[in-house]
Design a protein around this ligand. Structure first.
Ligand code: SIN
Length: 488
């Protein structure tokens, strides 16, 4: 049964279309796939199932559009990005509602994501005008040497369901600013936010073909993206497992690839930390998007002398979190995205309890039986042999474990194949610097649980991927550096 929310202006849930070359493709031979509201398990919409043909068409459109978009001045491209940014702000609540409906992000958090997403357009509109080249001293008096930067061409963004709009603008912002055009393949759980965003692209006057959005068969779309020689760069956010397959696929044409993959963030609370602030940080980091971010605290290490006190403050805060239908304005914890999410979280909790962990709060689905809910949970007495200390959780479960020395906790924190984000709380300046330097992660939150901002580089080490998004670094992969040697 379909839900009956019809008040949207950006998307008609009963007639959803893919966005290719400025046209809306509403009916395809391949039929549709359905999108479910994880708070109620009811179908929200049926979306045309794009495949190889639509992707090929979108890539061809992006290629045509590239011929003119890449020739615009940086200021002209920036103006378009700023117009799109303004439209996002004007339609913030609607975008957030659509997002919340299709993937379960708590409404107010979804509004926050739209603001965060828009900030990437502001930042890259500004960066467009700072794509500087270089001059190099020549070896002979009759030569002049230059490096110019040019857009790589048509690019593809494969985006995840946990940040349906922010990961799109974090990729499209630098791409469009650099002069590239492209195609977005949103996750099958969250195509509606992307297609509502496409409506804003249309309203902004960005020329046809510059941005194309094709949802549908992941295999067909992704095979076409990787096999079509027009596509020069792909940016993917998703699991490490899929990221590794894409590396293999990209080898055939040596496509540029950037990967923002899984994480298993340690969150370290030292004896000298401000415990109130650390508990507040752990709450923000762990329960953001119901624990479904790649940078969520996944292993909470607390110095043994303060563990009980920290646990008490933390549990009191967790008790205040309200779980419920993600569209409700007073809810902080929405459902998980789907049933597999709940199964995984339950299995980790069961495994931990069987091996001796103690549940301080939560541990069940609560009394919300209609959606994919799992209560905010805190586990105590967690040890390294438990699955939760080895695997990404992607759910609202906070495992507490103790440590005694800085050396020990650094070693434990680094003992993972991942390397995306790590957090530490301490009042000791020397410790703050030495531990930050010793942690093998791309992002360090030092007394800061929410380090992500448009002007800073976001990305991981090791099996958390490569490449950086955000910051001045985030535009690099969308540019070729061309060396020109001139003999006078
Ligand atoms: C992510 O988890 O992939 C993104 C989180 C962020 O941008 O802060």
């Amino acid at each position: 049964m379909m839900t009956t929310i019809k008040e949207f202006t950006l998307i008609d849930l009963e007639n959803v279309g893919l966005f290719v070359n400025g046209e809306w493709l509403t009916s395809l031979k391949e039929g549709t796939f359905s999108v479910e509201n994880p708070s109620t398990k009811k179908i929200v919409a049926h979306v045309p199932k794009g495949g190889q043909k639509e992707t090929e068409k979108a890539i061809a459109a992006a290629h045509d559009a590239f011929q003119t978009w890449s020739k615009l001045t940086a200021q002209e491209r920036a103006d378009y990005l700023l117009k799109l940014r303004d439209l996002m702000h004007d339609h913030k609540e609607e975008l957030a509602t659509i997002m919340s409906l299709e993937m379960g992000k708590a409404f107010l958090e979804a509004v926050g994501e739209v603001t965060y997403a828009a900030s990437f357009l502001t930042w890259y509109a500004e960066e467009a005008r700072r794509i500087y080249g270089e001059t190099i001293p020549a070896s002979s008096p009759n030569k002049r040497l230059f490096v110019v930067k040019q857009p790589v061409g048509v690019v593809a963004a494969i985006t995840p369901w946990n940040f349906p709009v922010a990961m799109m603008t974090r990729k499209l912002g630098p791409a469009l600013a650099a002069g590239c055009t492209g195609i977005v393949k949103p996750a099958s759980q969250s195509p509606l936010t992307a297609l509502a965003f496409a409506k804003l692209v249309e309203m902004s006057g960005i020329p046809n073909g510059v941005v194309n959005i094709v949802a549908g068969s992941t295999k067909e779309i992704s095979d076409e993206i990787f096999n079509n020689p027009i596509v020069k760069k792909i940016s993917f956010t998703g699991s490490t497992e899929v990221g590794k397959e894409l590396v293999v696929q990209s080898a055939n044409q040596l496509k540029k690839l950037s990967l923002e993959l899984g994480g298993h963030a340690p969150f370290i609370v030292f004896e000298d930390a401000d415990l109130e602030k650390a508990a507040e940080g752990a709450l923000a980091s762990k329960f953001r998007n119901a624990g479904q971010t790649c940078v969520c605290a996944n292993r909470i290490y607390v110095h043994k002398n303060i563990k009980d006190e920290f646990a008490k403050i933390f549990v009191e805060k967790v008790k205040q979190l309200k779980m419920g239908d993600s569209l409700a304005k007073n809810v902080e914890i929405g459902p998980l995205v789907n049933e597999e999410g709940v199964i995984k979280v339950k299995a980790q909790v069961e495994d931990a309890v069987n091996k001796g962990a103690k549940i301080l709060i939560g541990g069940t689905n609560g009394n919300l039986k209609n959606g994919y809910f799992f209560e905010p949970t805190v586990l105590d007495n967690v040890t390294n042999d438990m699955d939760i200390m080895k695997e990404e959780t992607f759910g609202p479960v906070a495992p507490l474990t103790i440590f005694e020395s800085d050396e020990e906790v650094i070693q434990e924190a680094n003992n993972t194949k991942y390397g995306l984000a790590a957090y530490l709380y301490t009042a000791d300046l020397k410790r703050a610097i030495t531990v930050s330097e010793a942690l093998n992660f791309g992002i360090i939150g030092l007394n800061d649980a929410l380090p992500g901002v448009a002007q800073a580089p976001f990305g991981g080490m090791n099996e958390s991927g490569y490449g950086r998004e955000g910051g001045h670094q985030g535009i690099r992969d969308y540019l070729e550096e061309k060396y020109i040697s001139l003999e006078l």
